[in-house]
Write a protein that binds this ligand. Structure first.
Ligand SMILES: [Zn+2]
Length: 285
């Protein structure tokens, strides 16, 4: 946070320095086009092949083949989900929330891609439907599905409350990932990464620019849909914060399950798997 009373005086030209042009860091016009119409046509004929329930305050992992769709559904009550994504065949490639944010903004919706980390950097999934797209941004600057937050975790909880809580999304994802990939807890934990906060309503406060949360507007029946751009594994935690309208990292909030539905299209005609990033990797050498 910035100081209420800065230690250093403004220079003479402070006003001029503050009023330079705003430039979008990463104009996205040159990114590969997401053809939503074609994706939604493939989804329209798709068959529901698997349904996975993520219990409240737990996580689950599910594989999603390239070209298949996953819907993350609110089913019993307003509930936020913390989403991790890995390349099923190479878990070193995983969702990169920071670059996704830099490219698409603080909150994502239909037509945005969920990118993987360097040196892979390609879309792991496209968002093809979002029933909360009507929300936009509210008067507090808040919106849903953020790629700002990290995930609730027991280390931060320990620092802030002095207590140990074992059902934070970080721990839920660690247990689920260890089970799914056959890893030790210690190894799995190193692969858990910053999440996409599905359904979570967040923003930055106007005065201190701190990360805030409000009760999610999600209701049973709402969903967000992803089309896998390569073979991926989704890890989803039903956050102990419930709708995140009160507190997280405890058993205080009302929590509900989430459901992941997997859909297999009748045809993958027109679908092209996302290639790995074509940068040479030479780094100038
Ligand atoms: Zn959480």
């Amino acid at each position: 946070m910035k100081l209420d009373r800065p230690n250093h005086p403004e220079p003479e030209d402070a006003a001029a320095r503050r009023t330079t042009d705003v430039l979008v860091c990463y104009p996205i016009d040159a990114l590969p086009e997401v053809n939503l119409a074609e994706a939604q046509a493939r989804q329209a004929g798709a068959e529901l092949v698997q349904s996975v329930k993520v219990p409240a305050r737990q996580a689950a992992c599910v594989d999603l083949s390239a070209g298949h769709f996953a819907r993350i559904l609110s089913v019993e009550g307003p509930q936020v989900g913390d989403l991790n994504i890995w390349n099923t065949h190479n878990i070193a490639e995983r969702f990169y929330s920071g670059k996704t944010r830099a490219l698409h903004g603080t909150h994502v919706s239909t037509g945005d891609s969920l990118w993987s980390n360097l040196p892979y950097m390609r879309p792991l999934a496209h968002i093809t439907q979002d029933t909360l797209d009507w929300y936009g941004y509210d008067a507090d600057g808040g919106s849903v599905h953020d790629v700002i937050g990290t995930r609730c975790d027991p280390y931060t909880g320990r620092l802030l409350s002095g207590a140990d809580y074992h059902h934070c999304c970080h721990s839920n994802l660690t247990r689920a990932m260890a089970d799914h990939f056959g890893l030790s807890l210690a190894e799995a934990e190193t692969h858990v990464h910053d999440v996409m906060n599905v359904f979570m309503l967040t923003g930055f406060t106007q005065d201190t620019h701190q990360y805030f949360m409000k009760a999610s507007p999600v209701r049973p029946g709402d969903f967000i849909e992803l089309e896998a751009q390569t073979d991926i594994t989704l890890g989803l935690s039903a956050c102990p914060g419930g709708d995140c309208g009160d507190e997280h990292s405890s058993d205080t909030a009302s929590c509900y399950p989430l459901v992941i539905e997997i859909y297999k299209p009748k045809t993958l005609e027109g679908f092209v798997e996302a290639p790995l990033n074509s940068y040479s990797g030479s780094h100038g050498i």
